[in-house]
Design a protein around this ligand. Structure first.
Ligand SMILES: *[C@@H]1O[C@H](CO)[C@@H](O)[C@H](O)[C@H]1NC(C)=O
Length: 289
């Protein structure tokens, strides 16, 4: 009986020493690990390794590759022009080939530009807008579809909310007086609701003049790096010089869906050369074509 009890105690003691050996081993291993970590010899896996910091350069490369067919490899980047109005320049948005393609596509159909009558919705000829232009069918061909997809990506507004691309041509002396792209009448908002944003793409360089000007912008007009190259007209506001392939995005509505009067904008007269541009108007809802 006593013997049996003794034996029992012995096995328990042995069990205990195995357990404490295990604990001591664990303790020393932990100590070694802490020392290694402290000296930076090993690293613990962190979430940062799983989700590397957002690499904007990589994103830029990706966006420049997404254009596929007619995109040549030119660097693309966005620049904040102003917050009042909300306006951004996307450099090299279109390739040279795309610009030339759009011009050739539109050339045979160019007619003198008109403005939309706010009472009847009919187009009327006007002295405030002296360019010529035409509309391309939305999704008309592969190149147009590519560009429209890119505009949707840039604006976060679906392709379906856009009007067809308008192609415009301004010769020397031709201009578009400052105006709003939004409507203040019922008629013109029936299809798609209010216009919320405009993407203006420059299809050509212009030797002199032809700038896009925001006369009501809340900004220091002369602080733009290209100030010295601007025409007199362009110095009356915050201005962008046309450059082939660049796109200018500006919003006619604020984020709270109120109209933004600082989006007033115009096209300065061309002084030297030719100006080709393309406009995409984006609406609040689907725009039926
Ligand atoms: C506007 O910008 C110009 C050029 O950067 C600077 O010389 C001028 O002082 C600025 N004016 C104001 C009112 O901030």
């Amino acid at each position: 009986m006593a013997k049996g009890k003794h034996a029992h105690n012995r096995t328990q003691g042995k069990k205990w020493s195995t357990f404490s050996l295990f604990l001591w081993t664990l303790f020393f291993l932990t100590l070694i690990l802490v020392v290694l970590l402290a000296f930076g010899i090993v690293y613990l896996p962190t979430t940062e390794d799983d989700f590397p910091a957002v690499d904007l350069a990589a994103f830029r490369r990706k966006t420049s590759q997404s254009g596929e067919s007619m995109m040549e490899k030119t660097e693309q980047w966005t620049e904040i022009l102003s917050w009042e109005p909300r306006a951004f320049i996307y450099h090299n948005f279109l390739s040279k080939e795309e610009c030339e393609y759009l011009i050739e596509l539109a050339k045979p159909y160019m007619v003198k530009s008109s403005v939309v009558d706010s009472k009847t919705g009919k187009s009327t000829e006007s002295r405030v807008r002296t360019s010529s232009g035409m509309f391309l069918k939305r999704g008309g061909d592969k190149v147009v579809q590519d560009i429209e997809k890119r505009i949707a990506d840039f604006t976060f507004i679906p392709v379906e909310n856009g009007e067809g691309l308008q192609i415009l041509h301004y010769e020397v002396g031709q201009k578009y007086e400052p105006h709003y792209d939004y409507f203040i009448d019922e008629f013109n908002t029936k299809n798609g609701g209010q216009r919320i944003a405009t993407v203006l793409m420059y299809l050509s360089d212009v030797e002199e003049g032809g700038e896009t000007v925001f006369p009501a912008a809340n900004a220091n007009f002369s602080s733009v790096p290209w100030w010295n190259d601007l025409s007199q007209c362009a110095r009356k506001g915050l201005s962008v010089k046309p450059k082939m392939g660049d796109a200018l995005l500006f919003w006619s509505m604020r984020p709270d869906a109120t109209l933004d009067p600082s989006s007033l904008h115009g096209g300065c007269p061309v002084i030297k050369g030719n100006k080709w541009s393309s406009t995409k108007w984006m609406h609040l809802h689907e725009y039926k074509v």
